[in-house]
Design a protein around this ligand. Structure first.
Ligand code: IPM
Ligand code: MN
Length: 379
C-alpha cells in the first residue's frame, strides 16, 4: 500500500487543537478508503522560535520539503509583536510559502444553507454564493525588496514580474473551467503600474489560452464593495497577495465565520493546506475553537495535494452532514443553540466520515455498473 507522507505543522494558538481534529479525520479517511498516511509533527511560528530559536526550524524545512503535503494550523502570538522580523511567527509562514514555492492560494467560499442566518449579510444576497479566491502567495508587498524601517520612515516594495502573474492567472483560468467559466481579476490599475502589468498580462493569458473563459477586471475598492453587495456574481476571483489577503477575510463574513474556511496553497512541489483563520490567542487552549476550517483543509489536501477526489468528497460530505445535523461550535451557534467544543465537533465529523465514505463508494460503484450496462446495451 502506498504510504503518503504528511508533515503536520500545528503552529500557535488554536493551531494544535484544530490540527489534532484534522488528523483524526485523516485517520478515519485512511481506514474507510484503505489509504496509508504517515504523519509527523513539526514546529512553526512562535512554537518554532520557542523550541529552536527560528520560526521555521531546519527540521521543519526538511520535513515539509520531503512530504507529499503539508498541513498547517495557524501561526501568530502577540508575545512576538515587537520581536525583530526574523523572529516573528509570521516570518516562518512566509518562509515556508517561499520554500515550497506555493504561489497559488485557493480559498473557496460557499454558503452552507444551515448557516445562512449566521452571516451579517442578508440571506437573499447569499443565495447561490459559491466563489473561489485565487490569491498570488509568494510575491508582492509581502516579499518585495528593498524593505525596512527606521524611526523616521519605512519602506516596502510592490513588484511583480510577468511570469509571476502568468502562472497564477493560469491557475485561476484552469479552475474556472471546472466551474462557471468566469474570472474576475482584481487590481488597482487606475493608480499602480504593477496593476497595469497585472491587467495586461491576465488579459493576454485569457485571450490566448482561455478564450472559453469570460474575464472581467475590477478595481479592488469596487471588488470589496461587490463582494458583500452581490457576492453571487463572482465565480473565480484572481488577485495579488495583499489584495487577496484582505478580500478573503471579507469573503469569510459571507459564510458567517472565519473558522469554517480552508485553503490550499499550490506550486510545483508539495502543497500547503491550512485554515484561513489565525491563531486566535484569545481562545487558545480552551477547546472551543472551530476545527472545520482545518478539517476542510484536509479535504483540499486530499483533492489538490494527493489527487484523492473521493476521500476529499467524503470529508466535505461529513462536514456538511454535521452542520445539517445541527453541530455547532461557539462561533457558528445561534443564540440558545447547544454548543460543541473542538473535540466534540471533531467526533461528530469523524463519525460521519464512515457513512459519507460508504455512500460515495456505493455511488461510484453504482455509476460504474450503470456505465457497464449502458455499454452492454449500446455497444
Ligand atoms: C493569511 C494570514 C497570513 C497572511 C499572515 C498570518 C502572515 O493572514 O494566510 O491570510 O497575511 O498571508
Ligand atoms: Mn489573512
Amino acid at each position: 500500500m502506498k504510504e503518503w507522507i504528511i508533515a503536520v505543522l500545528p503552529g500557535d494558538g488554536i493551531g494544535p487543537e484544530v490540527t489534532a481534529e484534522a488528523e483524526r479525520v485523516l485517520e478515519a479517511v485512511a481506514e474507510r478508503f484503505g489509504l496509508g498516511f504517515a504523519t509527523g509533527c513539526y514546529a512553526v511560528g512562535a512554537a518554532g522560535v520557542e523550541t529552536a530559536g527560528d520560526p521555521l526550524p531546519e527540521e521543519t524545512r526538511a520535513a515539509a520539503s520531503a512530504a507529499d503535503a503539508v498541513l498547517l494550523g495557524a501561526v501568530g502570538d502577540p508575545a512576538f509583536d515587537h520581536a525583530p522580523r526574523h523572529l516573528k511567527p509570521e516570518t516562518g509562514l512566509l518562509a515556508l510559502r517561499t520554500l515550497l514555492g506555493v504561489y497559488a492560494n485557493l480559498r473557496p467560499v460557499a454558503i452552507h444553507p444551515a448557516l445562512a442566518g449566521r452571516s451579517p449579510v442578508k440571506p437573499d444576497r447569499l443565495r447561490d454564493v459559491d466563489l473561489l479566491i485565487v490569491r498570488e502567495l509568494t510575491g508582492g508587498l509581502y516579499y518585495g525588496e528593498p524593505r525596512g524601517k527606521n524611526a523616521l520612515q519605512a519602506l516596502n516594495t510592490l513588484a511583480y514580474s510577468t511570469s509571476e502573474i502568468e502562472r497564477v492567472a493560469r491557475v485561476a483560468f484552469q479552475a474556472a473551467r471546472g466551474r462557471r467559466r468566469l474570472v474576475a481579476s482584481v487590481d488597482k490599475a487606475n493608480v499602480l503600474e504593477v496593476s497595469q502589468l497585472w491587467r495586461e498580462t491576465v488579459t493576454r493569458i485569457g485571450r490566448d489560452e482561455y478564450p472559453d473563459v469570460r474575464l472581467e477586471h475590477l478595481y479592488v475598492d469596487y471588488a470589496a464593495m461587490r463582494l458583500v453587495a452581490e457576492p453571487a456574481s463572482f465565480d473565480v476571483l484572481l488577485t495579488e497577495n495583499t489584495f487577496g489577503d484582505i478580500l478573503s477575510d471579507e469573503a469569510a463574513v459571507l459564510v458567517g465565520a472565519l473558522g469554517l474556511l480552508p485553503s490550499a496553497s499550490l506550486g510545483a512541489g508539495p502543497g500547503l493546506f491550512e485554515p484561513i483563520h489565525g491563531s486566535a490567542p484569545g481562545i487558545a487552549g480552551q477547546g472551543v475553537a472551530n476545527p472545520i476550517g482545518a478539517i476542510a483543509s484536509v479535504a483540499m489536501l486530499l483533492r489538490h495535494g494527493l489527487g484523492l477526489a473521493q476521500p476529499a468528497d467524503a470529508v466535505e460530505a461529513a462536514v456538511r452532514a454535521a452542520l445539517a445535523g445541527g453541530a455547532r461550535t461557539k462561533d457558528i451557534a445561534a443564540p440558545g443553540e447547544p454548543v460543541l467544543g473542538t473535540r466534540a465537533m471533531g467526533d461528530r465529523i469523524v463519525d460521519l466520515v464512515g457513512s459519507a465514505a460508504l455512500e460515495i463508494r456505493h455511488g461510484s460503484e453504482a455509476r460504474a455498473r450503470d456505465q457497464a450496462r449502458v455499454l452492454r446495451e449500446h455497444p
